[in-house]
Every structure is written in C-alpha cells, then in structure tokens.
Design a protein around this ligand. Structure first.
Ligand code: RIB
Ligand code: CA
Length: 311
C-alpha cells in the first residue's frame, strides 16, 4: 500500500504532540514535514515543541518550518491555561538541539507541495493562518493539495467561547479563506473529538508500554488537569490525533457533506462555524463535516501506535 503523503501544520500543544507521534508511528502515512503556527503558545514555543517531540523519538530527519507568529487580523491569544507556559508542560522534555529550516512555513509548504510526487493531504491542527497565506501567495502549490483534514470548529459546541472552537476562533478570517477555497476540506470538530476521550486507564497502559508511552502519559497528566476541572470529563479529548487517525484509517470518523460558514464578527459570535446541518440555506456545500466517531477503535489505534515506538 502506498502511504499517504501528509504535512502536519500545528501548534504543539499537548494534543498536537500526540497527533505528531501518531503520524510518525503510522505506516499508512508519510510525513513530509511539520509546519508550526502561533496558537496554543507563541510561534517560538510551538516550533521548539515540534522539534523537541521529533528529537525525542529520533526523527530529526523530518523538517520543521516556522510560520505565522500571529493571526491575519486578530490579536494573538495563547492558551497557556490549557498547555502551560512552555506549551508542553508536564514531561521534562529537553530543549531542542536542532533548528527549524530557514524557509518560512508558507514557502516550505509551497515548495514541498510542488515537489511531491503525489498529491498531499494537509492536516492543520492549529489556527489556519499558514494555510490561508499559502492559498493567497501560492495558488499553484495549493492546487496540489489532495485533501485538507483540519481539526477545528464544531456543529454545536464551543470551547474557547460558548460559540467557538479555539483554532477557528483564533483566526476566523484565515478559517473562512480555507472553507471557501474550493479544496476538499474535512472538518474534525469538537462534536467528534469530545466523543473519544483518553482516560487515566489509557495513560496507565501507555506508561507500561515504555519510554514514548510514558511521555504521552505525562502529557496526559498535565493536559487532563484542565479538562477534568473544566468539563468534569472522565478523560481528555485528543483533538488533533483524531484528524491524523481519520487520514490513517478512513472510516473511524463519520462525516456528512455540508455547508460551513465561519463567523468573522464581534466577540460574541467570533469563530462560530455555522454548519448547515439541515440544509436550510443555499450556501455551497464545502466540507465533509465530522458527525460521529468509533471512539473505541480510535483509542485502540492510538494506544497501539504510540506503544509501537517501544516495541
Ligand atoms: O480546540 C482544540 C484545538 O485547539 C486543538 O487543536 C488544540 O491543540 C488547540 O490548538
Ligand atoms: Ca492544536
């Protein structure tokens, strides 16, 4: 089976880090590179975190390119309350020894897309600033994108405000640019990710698996503190890993083709993804919207793949 070529555009971030590890451990995927964006933490920290995770598993061969250090229009807002001051609080991960490539993430994306022998699936798991800039600056390269499978938005949930999910809220103008691009977009939103919670029992199984499993267990311990206190959930949603799993194993996530429009308005509705679930408008259908997930299958895949690093 020819692996799917992917690029991960991310803001590590605990769940981004777990998504990156899942991508590295999945033979169905060929990770061409990682691009970083300001989101969960500042660009400097999300970039350092991507490097730290790759170095931890000996994958310094995967290039990292730093991108936008703030949203297109909105003020930068980092989610230290979820991911801590480093963006990966919890485990004692050493600082990176390597550096990102010289090229800006948007240039890296364009060069990689144009050079790829086969169309590429782009998996954005942070604010969509880099992706929107790619669409505007390099339309020829953007045309080489086979699928965009993004973690973001929600049909009926909100996490940063009652109306909005963080990645879309952080840069709603960028998000609308992506949803209106005409490219094949899949939206993995909170309605799906909140159905598949990593629990303390899963974390214990991971710790027993070895060094990388222990790292994920330590990431979970810090990350779960927020979700348990805020939501009272018995576990924590590993949002970004669901997007990667959907590419590695199509069928885990159920989707419906629907129209999605992003609210670019004021504070109350900013970043809302209006999903026309019941086709009440004449908006163009522009996304495969996640509506359900085989949670057990996703979690077993995640544990199996993370454990495989230490096999
Ligand atoms: O709302 C969840 C999303 O925002 C995830 O991608 C998480 O990493 C944060 O970026
Ligand atoms: Ca993220």
């Amino acid at each position: 089976m020819t692996p799917t070529q992917i690029i991960l555009d991310c803001d590590p971030g605990h769940d981004d880090a777990i998504a990156l590890l899942l991508a590295l451990a999945s033979p169905e995927l060929d990770l061409l590179g990682v691009t970083t964006v300001s989101g969960n933490q500042t660009l400097e920290k999300t970039t350092a975190n991507a490097l730290r995770v790759l170095e931890f598993v000996g994958r310094e061969d995967v290039p990292v390119a730093a991108g936008a250090d703030r949203p297109l229009v909105r003020e930068r807002f980092v989610a230290s309350y979820v991911h801590g001051e480093t963006g990966l609080d919890g485990p004692a991960l050493p600082p990176p020894t390597g550096s990102p490539v010289e090229a800006h993430a948007v240039s890296f994306l364009a060069e990689t897309l144009l050079a790829a022998p086969r169309p590429v699936t782009l998996i954005p798991t942070g604010p969509l600033t880099n992706v929107s800039l790619l669409l505007s600056l390099h339309p020829d390269a953007a045309a080489r994108i086979d699928h965009i499978v993004l973690m973001g938005g929600a049909i009926a949930e909100g996490n940063v405000t009652p109306a909005a999910e963080f990645n879309i809220w952080a840069d709603p103008e960028a998000a609308q640019r992506v949803f209106s691009s005409g490219l094949d977009v899949t939206m993995i939103g909170l309605d799906v990710t909140h159905q598949a919670l990593l629990t303390p029992a899963h974390a214990e199984r991971l710790r027993r698996a070895g060094r990388v499993g222990t790292l994920v267990g330590e990431l979970f311990d810090f990350y779960h503190r927020f979700h348990h206190e805020t939501y009272g959930f018995p576990g924590s949603p590993v949002h970004d890993a669901v997007a990667v799993a959907h590419v590695a194993r199509p069928g885990l996530v159920e989707t419906s083709d629907r129209a999605v429009v992003v609210d670019r308005g004021g504070e109350l509705s900013r970043g809302r993804t209006y999903v026309d679930l019941w086709r009440r408008t004449d908006w163009p259908v522009n996304a495969h919207v996640g509506t359900g997930i085989d949670a057990d299958a996703f979690l077993e895949l995640l544990l199996e793949r993370i454990s495989s690093f230490d096999a």
